[in-house]
Write a protein that binds this ligand. Structure first.
Ligand code: ADP
Ligand code: MG
Length: 268
């Protein structure tokens, strides 16, 4: 079951100061251990991060460093061993696999999410078609997942996430299985939708280029146990284009930091 039910309104703490609005996502001191007592593996160690309303934050880390574990905890699919997570707004999640119901058409997959979000039956079909247009799938509403390409299936999953009127999108390597050209196209589309709608994104990837292409900020995770090792601001104007020379230096710096993490001899 990959359709997340419509998120409950999260508890909203009053902002302490108008200059520092309540973050959309706040993670404080989160730890996670796997395994039975006596044979435990520390997967996450003292993770803290925040995503401002409307901000696009990317998390990069080597395979197995705890990215999915962290995202699942933040999205409310798993519990931390310690620490706290605060979410303000409705959330939706996108995984590496689109996770559509194979027996339902593209439109019906989106309509189901609208139903779970409590939208009246009479408007679901029109709204599903509108959402499919948003992700440029007009004309494919009546196709089933096996009749669509991988990129199209991820677009349906994106439309389904929007059907939940999400304020926050959690994305776990959502384009990892797509070819480079389709991925570039979806980067452009996601950026345009994000710029237009102003939702917040926490985007997990092991691909530094992808993180720099999309993020306002890139957080680098250490190898297991995962913790935030470094943070990079991406000051490249949008809309961004593949091959922007400004990205090259930043990609190199982040890759270098990540390599030191993977080799396990980072100095700080
Ligand atoms: P990533 O998404 O960065 O590749 P994961 O969050 O999937 O990493 O995994 C982090 C670590 O926790 C890995 O060492 C993995 O083997 C371990 N792990 C993940 N899920 C479980 C689980 N359900 N039970 C035990 N260990 C797990
Ligand atoms: Mg993962």
């Amino acid at each position: 079951m990959t359709v997340m039910p419509a998120a409950r309104p999260a508890s909203v703490a009053a902002p302490l100061n108008a200059d520092f609005p309540t973050p959309a996502v706040a993670v404080r001191g989160v730890n996670k251990v796997y395994g039975p007592a006596g044979n435990q593996v520390l997967a996450l160690r003292d993770i803290s991060l925040a995503v401002a309303p409307g901000e696009f934050v990317c998390l990069v880390g080597a395979s197995g460093c705890g990215k999915s574990t962290l995202l699942n905890i933040v999205a409310g699919l798993d519990r931390p061993a310690g620490g706290e997570v605060q979410i303000v707004g409705r959330r939706a999640m996108l995984f590496q696999e689109a996770g559509l119901f194979p027996w339902l058409t593209a439109a019906a997959n989106v309509e189901l999410a609208l139903r779970l979000a409590g939208r009246p039956a009479a408007e679901r079909r029109t709204e599903a078609e509108r959402l499919l247009r948003t992700v440029r799938l007009d004309g494919f509403a009546d196709k089933r997942p096996h009749e669509l390409s991988g990129g199209m299936r991820q677009r349906v999953a994106l439309a389904r996430a929007f059907a939940q009127s999400a304020d926050i999108l959690f994305m776990d390597e959502p384009f990892g299985s797509l070819d480079a050209m389709t991925r570039d196209l979806l980067h452009d589309e996601l950026e345009a939708l994000w710029a237009d709608r102003g939702f917040s994104v926490l985007f997990v990837t092991h691909d530094v280029r992808e993180a720099v292409r999309l993020g306002d900020r890139v957080l680098v995770l250490t190898s297991r146990p995962g913790s935030v090792a470094a943070e990079f601001a991406v000051d490249i104007p949008r809309p961004r284009r593949v091959g922007d020379p400004r990205e090259t230096g930043l990609v190199a710096a982040i890759t270098d930091r990540l390599r030191r993490e993977v080799r396990g001899h980072a100095e700080d």
